[in-house]
Design a protein around this ligand. Sequence first.
Ligand code: ADP
Ligand code: ADP
Length: 221
Amino acid sequence: MMVIEADRLTKRYGDFEALHSLSFKIEKRSITAIVGPNGAGKSTLLKIIAGLINRTSGHLTVLGEDPWKSQDLPKELSVILDRPYLPLYLTVEDVIREVISEFNTSYSDVINILDILNLSIFLKNKVKELSTGTRQKLQIAFSLLKNPEIIVADEPTATLDVASRFEVYNTLLRLREKQGVTVLISSHIASELLTISTHLLAINNGIIRYNNEISKLIRKD
Ligand code: ADP
Ligand code: ADP
């Protein structure tokens, strides 16, 4: 089953064409690594999929709907951006209280995910006392609590050290295993992402250079 279908997606910023006629499909329960150098068009593509910006032309459906037109899509979609946006003067516990009421989740679910990401020790801290990496992990934990069907993550691990990056990867793998979540995750460093991904979508200069299952990248004969 396909959860995202893009047909000849093009994006222009003024005269500059950032994406040139991209066509691809994303399977349910896949983890797709979106890789390419800085400026390739990864953020632009993910923002279009998340409904944050509109394409210039082309056709796109996310869970059967046009993300730009749809009002209620964000419920099924969790977007993780490369910088955290948490309220600085609240404690982590206060933020959790807000998250519980907003996402209709339980305290034990929250603690579970904080434990996996080694964040439980920060409950009494104010957000402003935490390092950028820890804030980003918190942001990721909260995004995952929405029970999304699709996670769109734009360079979510850019500010994290290697141990934290793999804590995040492992969390994504568990969500796929337990809830069948579909993940799109971008990075300008491909190697690590390939260890957790099922599919690779490589772009450069707004063009798809590779789009297939990772298992088909390596010939074992
Ligand atoms: P990536 O995420 O792969 O680094 P982006 O999607 O951010 O790439 O950018 C792709 C290209 O589009 C780059 O050349 C960038 O400078 C340009 N770009 C991105 N956003 C804008 C914008 N809002 N206005 C003009 N150009 C933009
Ligand atoms: P990323 O690396 O995740 O693509 P950037 O730090 O490059 O993000 O961009 C941050 C913001 O600036 C984004 O909203 C992007 O759309 C915008 N932006 C990026 N490149 C340009 C550009 N050449 N002109 C105008 N805005 C841009």
